[in-house]
Design a protein. Structure first.
Length: 90
């Protein structure tokens, strides 16, 4: 069973994976979606839950469905991660 902390951690891990796969710093991502760097840090560490607006901005920026951020197995599946990195870096 999920709890809020686990959802926050899943989102944070997936944001970080997408960001690093694209070779971006937290500051670069923050600037691209209209946040401060400390907000990206808080998201990636699971300390905060993102708003719908931020979710949409992240989804549009990375060109992924919003559901991607909630998946707990997204990072753990090495083949999918490799394929994702290929897609993002195109």
């Amino acid at each position: 069973m999920l709890n809020v902390n686990q959802v926050n951690k899943n989102i944070g891990k997936n944001v970080k994976l997408l960001r690093t796969a694209k070779g971006l710093t937290q500051e670069q991502l923050a600037e691209a979606i209209g946040l401060e760097r400390k907000s990206i840090t808080a998201i990636e560490t699971g300390r905060t839950f993102i708003s719908c607006e931020v979710l949409v901005n992240l989804s549009n920026f990375f060109n992924v469905q919003p559901t991607v951020f909630f998946k707990s197995t997204f990072i753990e599946d090495t083949d999918k991660t490799k394929n994702l990195k290929k897609e993002i870096t195109r």
